[in-house]
Ligand binder design. Structure first.
Ligand code: HEC
Ligand code: HEC
Ligand code: HEC
Length: 295
């Protein structure tokens, strides 16, 4: 339906074209618009691992971090329907892969990336400031990696954090030092009070559920993807205690997400403290919803 409405409206804005041109253009726009719609419909949500069928239909079809970035930076105008003179909505996967309203040879996503970096005609429009470098890199990485569809696990309807306290692994770490020690506890917080222990740039624990007690072993083989303020991406993998740590340099603030089996959970806020578990406690501190939970 969207594409048909666009097909009708497009040519009327082009006053210079003859009746014949208009007719030609008319059908071209129609075909392009509907091809894009078709693509959107046939891209399977679970083509990225097969574990998320069932949740896709209620989400935007966009990976969480891209969806969050659009929500924060663009949807005040590019809502569904768009307002404030914005020509299209940036609400869902199909909106992003559709041809741009004023340039049918580019997708909306490709033109968005250009406009976000266009000093003379920026998006969001001035006087708003340019999007943060972290948000730009989220969008840039997504476009450059071929615009994969995705889904936010939190789109499922029920609150994934509304679960009881449980130690899923049913095993507790007894290590007194080393990378498998004290899962769930704030690593740097304790290390700072011990002369011999290192202060990490980033450290924390990944768990299978939202509320797990300190020292309970978490979940291994999760990827923790950090994008720092210089757009440098760092990928850490959780060990058999669920812990991960990193001692290299990280430009602050950073963005973080947890990725596994083609699914992910992204933290919307940028953070300056790399001691993840200081917020991601059993119940959650400083507004964190609980543990860093497997996607
Ligand atoms: C304050 C309102 C507002 C915000 C916020 C905003 N836009 Fe826009 N956008 C507009 C308006 C108005 C236009 C039409 C005029 C123009 O192209 O400059 C537009 C046009 C566009 C176009 C051009 C479409 C075409 O076919 O020419 C793109 C792409 C775009 N916006 C992307 C974005 C992205 C991406 C963001 C967020 C990073 C964003 N916009 C944020 C108001 C907004
Ligand atoms: C309750 C305090 C405490 C907590 C919490 C804690 N540690 Fe430690 N950690 C220590 C102490 C003390 C040492 C130094 C032990 C020694 O050298 O004798 C240490 C040492 C280490 C070492 C070895 C460093 C080296 O150079 O040999 C690693 C790795 C480590 N901790 C990782 C972690 C991680 C990851 C976490 C969080 C998930 C964590 N620790 C939480 C107290 C703690
Ligand atoms: C200062 C507190 C704080 C620190 C430190 C912190 N977080 Fe968060 N985190 C939050 C809050 C608050 C939320 C929920 C709101 C949001 O997404 O921004 C969150 C959400 C998340 C989520 C998404 C949860 C979901 O399902 O939506 C992930 C993943 C995450 N954080 C990972 C990390 C990692 C990894 C680190 C360390 C490298 C970290 N966080 C450090 C406060 C923090």
């Amino acid at each position: 339906m969207d594409c048909f409405v666009k097909a009708v409206m497009e040519p009327t804005s082009d006053s210079s074209s003859s009746m014949f041109d208009t007719c030609l253009r008319f059908s071209l726009v129609f075909v392009l618009g509907c091809t894009a719609m078709e693509t959107a419909r046939t891209v399977p949500y679970d083509g990225d691992g097969g574990t998320n069928s069932g949740t896709g239909s209620s989400g935007s079809g966009l990976p969480c971090d891209v969806d969050t970035m659009l929500k924060n930076d663009c949807r005040s105008c590019h809502s569904k329907p768009p307002i404030g003179g914005a020509p299209m909505s940036l609400d869902s996967y199909s909106d992003l892969i559709a041809p741009a309203p004023t340039n049918h040879s580019l997708t909306v996503a490709a033109l968005s990336l250009m406009r976000m970096q266009d000093a003379s005609a920026p998006m969001p429009p001035s006087p708003a400031s340019l999007v943060s470098s972290g948000d730009l890199s989220i969008f840039q990485n997504w476009v450059n990696s071929g615009m994969p569809s995705g889904t936010c696990s939190t789109d499922g309807g029920t609150d994934p954090y509304g679960t009881p306290v449980v130690c899923t692994s049913n095993t507790y770490s007894t290590a007194r030092e080393g990378s498998r020690m004290a899962p769930g506890q704030a690593c740097n917080n304790c290390h700072a009070s011990s002369g011999e222990a290192p202060i990490f740039a980033l450290a924390g624990t990944a768990y299978p559920t939202a509320h797990e007690p300190d020292d309970c072993n978490g979940v291994s083989a999760m990827q923790i993807v950090i994008v720092d303020a210089n757009n440098r991406s760092i990928t850490l993998t959780s060990n058999t205690a669920g812990n991960f740590d990193y001692s290299g340099s990280v430009a602050l603030p950073y963005h973080a997400k947890i990725v596994a089996n083609g699914r992910e959970r992204a933290m919307s806020a940028a953070q300056t403290n790399g001691d993840c578990n200081s917020c991601h406690t059993e119940t959650g501190a400083s507004s964190a919803p609980g543990r860093i939970m497997a996607p």
